[in-house]
Design a protein around this ligand. Structure first.
Ligand code: BGC
Length: 414
């Protein structure tokens, strides 16, 4: 009896160690390469390794993920998709329609995702009723970041209207400070544009313009005013803004070269990684106007062969939505957890403001998907809008011409 049992135990041990040798594997494509981002993704790498996983990193630098998406297309077209990919918004469903995504419903159901994720987020993770992506966080896009010292020294409060913003910027400019830290890359232009648009169009106008693509709103006088404000903003950036990465723009605010940056709260991840303290070294406030623009990072698993890779996908999906990861990752990343049952006690005032505003916006219908970060529209439509925004920002195009071009570009993209 005893020897029979021992035999059984040792064959289990052999099986376990055999499985450990094959182990879960994942090649992970993402664009988290800045200081704060790298620190954040390291949390997932560590948790994956602690559970016996082997992680092959495939970082593709480039804020906003445009370069990563180009790399993804090349890999899928050559029949060699990565196992896990940072992917979000309608792009998830676009890839699903190509028939290349894995179904992770087993993990989602075993882990009870439906009970811990808000319906608005869960909706983005579903493809024809199955779970096809795992959410990491909620980033808010419509933020203004500021250097606290610079504002104080110049007697400036955080602006609560665009007029106040413009007046503050003029005062700072006169004092020799760059009012707005900006990187002239299309996605950054789009990020500023949608923040301005939310303020000027209001939440309903934003939804009509960038979710419904309503022609009357796209060509409205208010849209002309949005481009007017963009032209004003163009006057507040320094002459070296072209091509600058977003995290270098954040660094300009950190070191007091510039006063403000309009950017999603991944910028807070940079401030934190540099040891800066919210409320002391830097300030956060949502841009003038109501509403909340959300940007949910998520990972989709691609169809791959091999038990080790499939085990890697299942483990990753489980870890990503896991409570510990959602807390530690988001403390570093600047975002808030996608799960509703993670305590925010250890999170800073900006994160708590984000969570409170998100709840309020969700209740009053002003919780809106970010168009600039691929949450609102399919690629063809969002790309068409961004082309116009960038063309306007980088030329002397009139606001009236920009609005006309916007309506044409959207119509042609359908
Ligand atoms: C992503 C963030 C990322 C930022 C800058 C956004 O689109 O959602 O996770 O930090 O781009 O690369």
């Amino acid at each position: 009896m005893k020897s029979y049992l021992m035999g059984a135990v040792s064959s289990v041990a052999i099986l376990v160690s055999g499985a450990a040798v094959a182990g879960p594997e994942a090649e992970v494509l993402h664009w988290w390469t800045s200081g704060g981002e790298a620190k954040s993704v390291a949390v997932l790498q560590e948790e994956f390794a602690a559970r016996g996983g082997t992680w092959t990193d495939m970082p593709v630098a480039g804020g906003g993920g445009d370069a990563a998406m180009t790399a993804l297309r090349a890999r899928v077209l050559s029949g060699n998709a990565p196992t896990a990919v940072q992917l979000k918004g309608p792009a998830i469903q676009e890839w699903y329609e190509e028939g290349v995504l894995a179904d992770i419903s087993d993990v989602a159901e075993a882990q009870g995702w439906a009970d811990v994720l808000p319906a608005s987020i869960a909706g983005h993770m579903k493809c024809e009723g199955t779970w096809c992506a795992a959410p990491v966080n909620v980033h808010r896009v419509d933020w203004i970041w500021a250097n606290a010292e610079v504002l104080k020294a110049n007697g400036i409060e955080m602006p609560t209207t665009w007029d106040e913003f413009n007046a503050a910027a003029e005062k700072l400019q006169a004092a020799g400070i760059i009012p707005l830290a900006h990187g002239g890359q299309a996605w950054q232009d789009a990020t500023v544009f949608e923040a301005v648009a939310l303020g000027i169009l209001g939440p309903d106008g934003f939804r009509k313009a960038f979710v419904d693509l309503d022609k009357a709103t796209l060509t409205s006088d208010k849209m002309v005013a949005v481009f007017d404000q963009m032209r004003t903003m163009r006057g507040f950036v320094d002459s070296n803004f072209s091509g600058r990465d977003w995290n270098l723009a954040t660094a300009m605010v950190m070191n007091g070269e510039a006063a403000f940056q309009i950017m999603g709260d991944w910028a807070k991840g940079e401030f934190l990684a540099a040891g800066k303290v919210p409320g002391e070294d830097f300030l956060c406030l949502s841009v003038p106007g109501d509403g909340f623009l959300y940007n949910v990072d998520s990972f989709a698993m691609f169809d791959v062969d091999g038990a080790d890779k499939i085990a890697g996908q299942e483990l990753l999906a489980e870890l990503i939505v896991g409570q510990n990861f959602q807390k530690v990752f988001n403390l570093n990343k600047g975002s808030i957890p996608a799960r509703t049952d993670v305590s925010l006690d250890d999170f800073d005032s900006c994160a708590n403001l984000s969570a409170d505003d998100m709840a309020a916006s969700s209740a009053n219908g002003s919780l809106l998907p970010s168009y600039a970060h691929g949450m609102a529209l399919r690629g063809a439509q969002s790309g068409a809008i961004t082309d116009v925004v960038t063309a306007h920002f980088n030329s002397d195009m009139s606001s009236a011409d920009a609005v006309k071009m916007l309506a044409d570009a959207v119509a042609n993209s359908m």
